[in-house]
Structures are given as C-alpha cells and as structure tokens.
Design a protein around this ligand. Structure first.
Ligand code: ATR
Length: 284
C-alpha cells in the first residue's frame, strides 16, 4: 500500500460495546477499499458521552456510529441534526463536519430498506398492508423507511399501546394502531410482517405471535440478528413464507455512514455477509 496521506478513524460508541459486530464490518471495508485506517469500539459511559463526542474532532475521527444507550442523548449534544433524525427521534451516526461541528443523522431506516431490497429484489412496500410489531426506536426507523417506500397501510401493534399511538400521531399517513390482543389477526392479508421487538433475541422468550392468518406469499422479517434466525422467522419459514433476518440492516446502514465519513459507499457483498454470520455463530 502506498504511504497514506491520512489514517482514517471512525468507531461505534456504546455502553457496553464489545458485543458490537460493526468493527468487523467496517475494518473489512477499509481493507477491501485499500484504505489506511481503523474502526474501533468505543466504550463510553453515558455520563461521558458529551465529552467523548466533542473529542472526535481533535482526535481526527471522521465520525462515529451510536448504539445502545446513546442514540437519544447524543441528539442533544451534536450541533445539528437532519429532518430524518428529528422524525425518527434518534441519531445513529455522527459526522465531524469540515468546520469541526458535529452533525447527526439516522441511517437505520436506510439499513432496513436497503437490506430488504437486496435480499428480495421484487419486494414492494405498497404491495399490501404491512404489520409492524413493536413501537420502540427500531420500529420508528422501520415505519419511517416503509413510508419513504410508499407503504399504503401500516398496522402497528405494541404491548404498550401509547407508544404506538405516539408514532401514529407523529408520522401520520398510513399508520393504524391496533391493540396488542389483535396482533395475530393483524396479519390477515398483509404483504409483509416485521418484528421490531426484542422478543426472540438470544436469552429472551420468543415473540408471542400466531402466524395462521399470515398469507403464504407474505415476507416475514425481523430486525434481530442474534440469533440469525429468530423463532418468529423459523416459524414463518417452516410454513413456507420468505424470510429476511436483521443482519442485513446492520450491514446496509454502514454504507451511508461511509459516504458521509469517507466519501465512498462500499458494497454489502456475500463474502461480508458470510464473515459476519460466521462471527455471530461462533459466539452463540
Ligand atoms: P429498540 O430501540 O431496539 O426498538 P426499545 O425502544 O426498548 O428498543 O423497544 C423494545 C420493543 O420491544 C418495544 O416495542 C417493547 O414493547 P413496550 O413498548 O411495550 O415495552 C417490545 N417488547 C419488549 N419486551 C416485550 C414483551 N415481553 N412482549 C412484547 N413486546 C415487548
């Protein structure tokens, strides 16, 4: 490699952070692009978040991604956030601007949509009603993405109804809130069903969702990627539905981050996906 003009730096701030898979992915891309640089896990306690973000510029970082629990708090610290982040209510990515100021945006929705489009090229958000289970931060990004893609009807169900109502009020348009008790029936006639709850993650109980009403033609997708196949996805696959797991959402949100930090957009290749899958399987 020729002597680089600059050593590129980026990372992910979280607490805890050592479980994060994103360094593996970003360092793969740095190597693939022949760039000198590194992407590091940054274990930042919540009380230190403001100082850590302010240190990005003097340390020469292009920016960072944010994970639990920093996505909301960071919004108040950065100098500017865009409309997307304001609407979703969280930032997933910070960019150090040429003038040294900090800009925050949210790439999670791009990750969700980019993944579906890569995995199921004929998928259409307007092909039928969509059921979204859950109303946390993940659901907000998913609903935003689905609306950008022209979804005509989103049936939103959450254990705590108020949170779903808040999303419907803020986002308007095609979102209809249904009570938690009706989640099984909410699958009737849908083209897509998305789990955005934490149910089904390693160590947690499976999502309590009966799939009898789900059309066989529907796509079932989850934002969970540990395990790679949640019990919900396994049940959908076993009855003949197409399924997409949440790993690609993580992979695809990295692309716009790279464009903002380094001015290039790397590809989500089968090799990258397999490397990430192997890493997850090795830890389970
Ligand atoms: P994230 O930002 O990852 O979406 P979150 O904001 O904590 O995480 O949201 C978690 C989601 O999982 C919420 O929709 C939550 O439902 P509540 O709003 O009722 O808390 C959902 N969830 C968590 N545990 C659940 C359970 N046991 N049954 C059903 N839904 C659950």
């Amino acid at each position: 490699m020729a002597k680089a003009e600059k050593f590129l730096l980026a990372g992910v701030m979280g607490w805890p952070v050592m479980h994060s898979r994103s360094p593996l992915m970003h360092n793969y891309w740095l190597k693939q692009q022949g760039l000198a640089g590194t992407y590091v896990p940054l274990a930042i306690e919540p009380k230190d978040l403001a100082e850590a973000l302010r240190a990005l510029r003097p340390l020469g970082f292009a920016g960072c991604n944010l994970t639990i629990p920093h996505k909301l708090e960071a919004m108040k610290i950065v100098d500017r956030v865009d409309d997307v982040a304001t609407k979703i209510g969280a930032i997933s990515c910070v960019v150090v601007q040429p003038d040294g100021s900090l800009f925050g945006t949210n790439n999670d929705w791009l990750g969700f949509i980019g993944n579906l489009k890569q995995q199921v090229p004929d998928w259409r958000a307007d092909a039928g009603p969509i059921a979204v289970i859950g109303a946390g931060g993940g659901a907000r990004a998913v609903c935003y993405g689905l609306m950008q893609e022209g979804a005509k009807e989103i049936r939103l169900v959450n254990r705590t109804r108020d949170k779903a109502e808040r999303i419907a009020e803020e986002f308007g348009g095609p979102i209809k809130v249904l009570p938690w008790e009706q989640r099984h029936d909410a699958l009737d006639g849908v083209g897509t069903v998305v789990n955005t709850t934490s149910q089904g993650m390693v160590g947690l109980p499976a999502l309590d969702l009966q799939l009898d009403m789900l059309p066989r033609s529907a796509l079932a997708t989850d934002i969970i990627y540990t395990p790679l196949e949640s019990p919900f996805l396994a049940a959908a696959r076993e009855r003949g539905n197409r399924t997409v797991n949440g790993l690609g959402m993580l992979l695809h949100q990295g692309k716009p981050a790279w464009r903002l930090w380094f001015g290039v957009e790397p590809e989500v290749t089968p090799e990258l996906r397999e490397m990430m899958e192997r890493s997850i399987l090795a830890d389970l």
